[in-house]
Design a protein around this ligand. Structure first.
Ligand code: ZN
Length: 135
């Protein structure tokens, strides 16, 4: 089951500019930056209570974040829910006919196991499921 909103992913053109807004102007703290090679993104996390804001800047003009910004502009890109058992959640959703982008878990920022659902199956919202190692 969904345990909480883990983070909200925000597509940004420039991570430094966005950190200036979220960290310096809004006063959030940045808990770390990381490059996730296979997703072609540079990410920064800003914890807010039990959830986080994840800022995503594309590291390639061909990356999915670059394409998202090209067609929809900067802004909220996905909502990530924390789950206990990602594999069983995936097979349960597959049985119900929910379309998934990832048929099996892959590894995202921080070594977290993740899988994306297809927004065509979820009212246009890109949903990420994530399972943390130590929970
Ligand atoms: Zn995410």
């Amino acid at each position: 089951m969904f345990e909480k909103i883990d983070h909200i992913g925000v597509a940004v053109k420039n991570l430094e500019n966005s950190l200036h807004i979220f960290r310096d102007l809004l006063g959030m703290e940045c808990s770390g930056e990381e490059i996730v090679k296979d997703q072609e993104v540079k990410v920064a996390f800003l914890p807010v209570g039990e959830s986080e804001i994840e800022l995503l800047e594309s590291t390639s003009p061909e990356g999915s974040i670059a394409k998202f910004i090209e067609s929809r502009g900067e802004g909220i890109h996905h909502i990530a829910f924390k789950v206990k058992d990602l594999e069983s959640m995936i097979s349960d959703l597959q049985q119900k006919g929910v379309r998934l982008i990832d048929q099996k878990p892959r590894y995202g920022a921080g070594g977290v196991k993740i899988a994306f659902l297809h927004p065509k199956s979820t009212n246009g919202i890109l949903i990420e499921l994530c399972e943390h190692k130590n929970q």
